[in-house]
Design a binder for this molecule. Structure first.
Ligand SMILES: [Zn+2]
Length: 234
């Protein structure tokens, strides 16, 4: 079964005999009009006399793979976090969509006891994992949340019960951001988006010396609500 939107669209392209860019463009347009990812894909499948039930993605499996990657190695997870953190702050096409980033934050809070430096990962490996996480998270939010041309507008009706909390958190934080508010990645307080520094509120920023890298910021991710990830033993 496909796990990411790209894999699913690739399969649909192959099965329909249309090129990937054509299929992707069509699905994008349908989603902009408020259709879900699977709904769009299945509609195109039906038009082509294919069995729509063959085109599915199980969000629970996306979460499982994400957790597996994040548990592999502490340093790797920290570096992935740092890259995504920088990407969500970026502007333009390279920007990591905030809803996908919020989903990633939820995933981070689910992993605990990540082993420290059990292997030395190469930068190519980290890049590969980061790309995979980006695809998994963008796919996940497109499945868990209800979308319209305005972006996330709620929790998808077919969102699995076990992931409703994640979907609600993504929706809530995205809505706040649309209103110019940011949820601090460390303490969880809601502050003016304009007044944040590297995804944190000014108070948390002050606690972490500006000399530190963005990786250090992710050490304290989630703040008081966190029960796992981070250097809790030190
Ligand atoms: Zn804070």
């Amino acid at each position: 079964m496909s796990l990411t939107a790209r894999e699913l669209l690739q399969r649909l392209a192959e099965d329909t005999g249309v090129t990937y860019p054509v299929v992707a463009k069509r699905v994008n347009r349908m989603m902009e009009r408020g259709k879900g990812l699977l709904e769009s894909v299945q509609e195109i499948a039906e038009e082509n006399k294919l069995n729509p039930k063959k085109y599915r993605i199980d969000p629970v499996k996306i979460v499982a793979e994400t957790e597996k990657i994040l548990r592999e190695d502490y340093t790797q997870t920290l570096m992935i976090s740092a890259v995504l953190g920088q990407m969500v702050e970026a502007r333009g096409k390279k920007r990591f969509p905030p809803p996908a980033f919020f989903a990633f934050i939820e995933m981070l809070s689910m992993v605990s006891d990540v082993p420290r430096d059990t292997k030395s990962e190469t930068s190519a490996e980290i890049e590969e994992r980061t790309t995979r996480i980006i695809e998994l998270m963008t796919t996940l939010v497109s499945l868990l949340c209800e979308w319209s041309e305005k972006g996330v507008i709620g929790v998808a009706t077919d969102c699995p019960d076990s992931l409703r909390e994640v979907a609600r958190a993504v929706f809530r934080k995205t809505k706040l951001l649309q209103g110019g508010l940011w949820t601090c990645i460390s303490c969880g307080n809601i502050v003016e988006a304009k007044e944040t520094r590297a995804l944190m509120c000014l108070d948390c920023d002050k606690k972490i010396s500006s000399a530190h890298s963005i990786e250090d910021r992710f050490e304290s991710l989630g703040g008081r609500d966190r029960i796992g990830y981070g250097r809790t033993s030190e």
